[in-house]
Design a protein around this ligand. Structure first.
Ligand SMILES: Nc1ncnc2c1ncn2[C@@H]1O[C@H](COP(=O)(O)OP(=O)(O)OP(=O)(O)O)[C@@H](O)[C@H]1O
Length: 578
């Protein structure tokens, strides 16, 4: 069972058609066997009672007992196939779905939610549940109807009418609940995301006494979703009770109709009883459909959402496999913004870095420094121009193959659930030597050894046992793991103490010796002491770029000019003052 990145739910269903055919086959046998009670009644009333033969009754009863044992066995096997069908479907879809979710998260700031996994669970349950069986059973309704018509056209007509009425109720149920259920689903998943965000920021909320007001926002959405869900459930329950009562009534009425036909000598008493049983078989799939309608509608909506997700986030075309880069970086007149965004964040960026060069990036807040990092690392695509690593367009590299050659320390360091060793090794197979080497280069080895379980200390996604500075230093070790060719550090010293800063300066020195290209964003000048060149960004454009000292001198000159300008303006205004 191999899923590839192109496997959509539709493809997975097609791949599972073998199992679906088996379920259809079992359903065929079961539906044929379900004629047993009707045939038994027919024989008992019309043969046993009229002849008084006890042996016939015994034989018929033994046959019926055997057939019902077969029914039990077939139902059991069919249920097992359905469970495996759900699992098979999941196995096909889960991996490409996880990748599509990821692509969505990268491309849309608002797309970082795990609803597709909920949808996958809904769909899997829909496949393994009774809703699917109802569809297989519905196919057999015409056979039962045909038999009823053979008994007597009045019988067949009555059963057809009953089927149509119940079907109309199913349609009404669908219409009455679909909109509400969709809306309820959206509200509830919104409420879940809100709660997850609140939990992530629990300390800040508690510290600033924001818990009750933020809980109020969550409650409004949660209750809104619940209210819509309840309204949909009320309507569905009303229609489903009506359907059940109607079905029982119709089964009694057909006995009355049968009695009338017996009195008119159009059918035998056996046919009268068998007819009632057959009507039950006609109506039961409809009843089943009503019962599982919510699940069916939910599964269908989940299927459509997942198909849309795969359509919106197609896998990237297979990329070139290139040799290990040396770290030559070129940004050729690059303009870019957030994926899906309307306005560019950086524009006309043009710079070239040789392997081993170190560049410091400075600029006011929101000038586009972190955006530049995302571009250089190929996380966000360039809207215009091109980002090249060793001459190759970074967008064309295979992400999995390129990753080990890049080191990235984001501004908000996220560590993942697992051990410190696993985090440094980027969750690939842990190579202890490489992990320790990366930790040493980041100057964090001693600090890790002092932790309760050293490299095996478990951390949770939020960081758990670690302080912000420790997280940042372990993040640096992760960025340096396995000697990448290009490293981008986004404010690597924002949480560091003096020793941490020293370790960082040491790591930068080691990177220079190894010929690793380094870009480092920082608001603090200490870390920029060792860089070769400085790039000053302002409003998404390069204001200054050149050797560090010259840029610093130009900036100092500008500042003093600006300062002198201010003084001159003040003097002028002073002199203009009355
Ligand atoms: N995911 C995003 N979606 C839309 N806009 C974004 C996104 N990330 C950043 N921006 C916008 O891009 C602009 C530049 O942000 P960026 O994070 O690149 O700035 P920065 O120079 O790194 O700022 P800081 O020094 O405060 O970290 C900001 O106006 C920000 O609102």
């Amino acid at each position: 069972m191999a899923s590839d990145s192109n496997t959509t739910p539709h493809h997975a269903l097609t791949a599972c058609r073998g199992s679906l055919l088996w379920v259809a086959g079992f359903s065929l046998c079961l539906n044929l066997l379900m004629l047993t009670p009707a045939l038994y009644m027919l024989q008992v009333y019309d043969r046993v009672i009229t002849t008084g033969s006890e042996e016939t009754l015994l034989m018929l009863t033994l046959v019926v007992v055997f057939l019902f044992m077969v029914v039990g066995g077939l139902e059991w096997v069919r249920a097992g196939i359905l469970v495996r069908l759900g699992n098979r479907f999941d196995a096909w879809v889960s991996e490409p779905l996880h990748a599509a979710m990821f692509r969505r998260g990268l491309r849309h700031a608002a797309g970082q939610s795990a609803w597709p996994l909920d949808d996958l669970a809904t769909l899997r349950q829909g496949l393994a549940g009774g809703g699917l069986l109802a569809f297989f059973d519905v196919v057999w309704v015409p056979v039962y109807l045909g038999l009823l018509y053979l008994f007597d056209p009045w019988f067949g007509g009555f059963a057809s009418l009953a089927g149509v009425i119940l079907l109309a109720l199913v349609v009404a149920s669908e219409k009455a609940t679909r909109g509400l259920l969709d809306e309820a689903g959206r509200e509830q998943s919104g409420a879940r995301e809100l709660a997850a965000g609140n939990l992530r920021n629990a300390e800040a909320l508690d510290a600033m006494g924001m818990l009750s007001s933020i809980a109020g926002r969550w409650l409004t959405r949660h209750r809104g979703g619940l209210w819509m869900q309840s309204r949909a459930s009320d309507r569905a329950a009303m229609l489903s009770s009506l359907t059940r009562a109607l079905r029982l009534l119709l089964q009694s009425l057909i006995l009355g109709l049968g009695a009338l036909l017996v009195l008119e000598e159009r059918i035998t008493p056996g046919m009268m009883i068998a007819g009632s049983i057959l009507l039950g078989r006609v109506l039961s799939p409809v009843d089943q459909l009503v019962g599982s309608w919510r699940g069916i509608v939910g599964a269908r909506a989940a299927y459509r959402r997942l198909e849309a997700l795969f359509r919106e986030q197609p896998p990237s075309p297979p990329a070139m496999s290139l040799p290990r880069p040396e770290g030559r970086l070129a940004l050729e007149n690059v303009t870019a913004g957030a994926p899906g965004g309307a306005r560019p964040i950086v524009a006309g960026i043009d710079l070239r870095l040789e392997p081993g060069e170190q560049v410091g990036i400075i600029g006011p807040s929101a000038s586009g420094k972190s955006t530049l990092a995302r571009l250089v690392l190929g996380v966000w695509p360039a809207w215009d121009g091109c980002v090249r690593l060793d001459g190759a367009d970074i967008a064309r590299w295979d992400r999995e193959a390129l990753g080990p050659h890049l080191g990235y320390l984001p501004q908000d360091v996220e560590l993942f659930s697992g051990t410190i060793g696993e985090n440094i090794a980027r969750f690939a197979t842990v190579d202890s030597d490489k992990v320790i080497e990366a930790a040493r280069r980041a100057g964090v080895h001693e600090m890790i050894l002092r932790l309760p379980d050293g490299y095996d200390t478990r951390i949770e996604a939020s960081g758990g046992v670690l302080s912000a500075g420790q997280r940042q230093r372990i993040g640096l070790a992760r960025a340096l793991y396995a000697k990448p060719a290009l490293v981008f550090l986004d404010e690597p010293n924002s949480n560091l103490d003096h020793r941490g800063e020293q370790a960082l300066a040491h790591a930068m020195g080691a990177l220079r010796e190894e010929g690793v290209t380094l870009l480092v964003i920082s608001h603090r000048t200490g870390v920029l002491r060792g860089v070769d060149r400085l790039l000053v960004l302002e409003s998404g454009r390069v204001r200054l770029f050149g050797p560090r000292d010259r840029v610093l001198a130009r900036m100092a000159g500008r500042d003093s000019e600006a300062g002198a300008g201010k003084v001159a303006r003040r003097r002028t205004s002073d002199s203009e003052a009355p």
